[in-house]
Ligand binder design. Sequence first.
Ligand code: G3P
Length: 217
Amino acid sequence: MKFFADTAEIDDIRKLAESGLLDGVTTNPSLVKKSGKDFLDVVREVASIVPGPVSAEVVAQDYDGMMREAEVLRKIAKNVAVKVPLTPDGLRTCKALSGDGTMVNVTLCFSANQALLAAKAGAAFISPFLGRLDDIGQPGIELIADIRIIYDNYDFPTEILAASIRHPIHVLEAAKLGADVMTAPPSVIWQLFKHPLTDSGLAAFTKDWESTGQRIA
Ligand code: G3P
């Protein structure tokens, strides 16, 4: 499973990149607003830190506008994936860009039929939003299961990018169902490292080692 960071905070991205476990980054207009930074500067900087896909979202809602914005975004770096919404104009844009060799991440997916459409439009990634479905009382994880079945039935190469991940259980469930990628806030990715038995075990090993008076290096 690939790990993407869902953030526009440069410091957080640098720190995660140092872990060696970061495969890409996703941003959206709300995350850019939260960062308080210039959008194009953020995309430029992130794309230079992380070699993997960096999703940058268009804000126009019509085909011509999306194509104009995509032109700017995809010129920033080869690893920029243009993010478009799951609308008829968004998927038309997806089809045109994908046919041109540009990676497209189709976002705001809330149903398996929407994911089917995105795959047919040649999306590199489909982003089903788990947390936002949970928020309205619909188990988001079931959407991942349905999309996995559909994509496998037809050998669609579109990668399932589990998004709107809120906690480690979302990551676990998405991984068990075979999501290709998950994107999560940095805090959730760091949470994955944690286990109280790791902490207490390490403390015990350290104490015993120190009492031997030995050194390795
Ligand atoms: O990047 C899209 C998605 O991950 C948003 O998550 O928590 O705002 O629903 P959230």
